[in-house]
Design a protein around this ligand. Structure first.
Ligand code: DQA
Length: 148
């Protein structure tokens, strides 16, 4: 059976393309989704790509992940820096988790330097734009293969 990776995107990532292009570039979330699907296909992975502006919806999706998904890639947007609820949900499930950020959060404002998500993630990729999601898929494919 083909493993499915859940790719979660948090608040305001639906605005990519027009949102602060100096920081986030001109790539839309739909373009990133297409690239992930193509990369997933090459790796033999299905991709379930989602976005929500709602913290509770993200928590519910994380809780449900073990039913249908083999790993998670998460860009929690601003909730990265605030959400103990997302950290708790990620800590409650047992699967590989890779955190992604388009921008280099360590080069930006001090309040973006701390990530609650990192406390539950196996690895983190930031500053490489949409390419970070594809690299995260590569990493998950390798982990799943090694454990499978
Ligand atoms: C972001 C970085 C966060 O600090 C910010 O709130 C976002 C996007 C990124 O992908 O670079 O919404 O997660």
């Amino acid at each position: 059976m083909t493993a499915t990776i859940l790719i979660l995107n948090g608040p305001n990532l639906n605005l990519l393309g027009t949102r602060e292009p100096d920081i986030y570039g001109r790539e839309t979330l739909a373009t990133i989704e297409s690239a992930c699907r193509a990369r997933g296909q090459g790796l033999g992975l299905d991709v379930d790509f989602r976005q929500s502006n709602d913290e509770g919806e993200l928590v519910t999706w994380i809780q449900e992940a073990p039913k249908a998904h083999a790993g998670i890639i998460i860009n929690a947007g601003a909730y990265t820096h605030t959400s103990v609820a997302i950290l708790d949900a990620l800590s409650a499930i047992d699967m590989p988790i890779i955190e992604v950020h388009l921008s280099n959060i360590h080069r930006r404002e001090e309040f973006r330097h701390h990530s609650f998500v990192s406390k539950a993630a196996d690895g983190m990729i930031c500053g490489l734009g949409g390419q970070g999601y594809e690299l995260a898929l590569d990493a998950l494919a390798k982990r799943l293969k090694n454990n499978g």
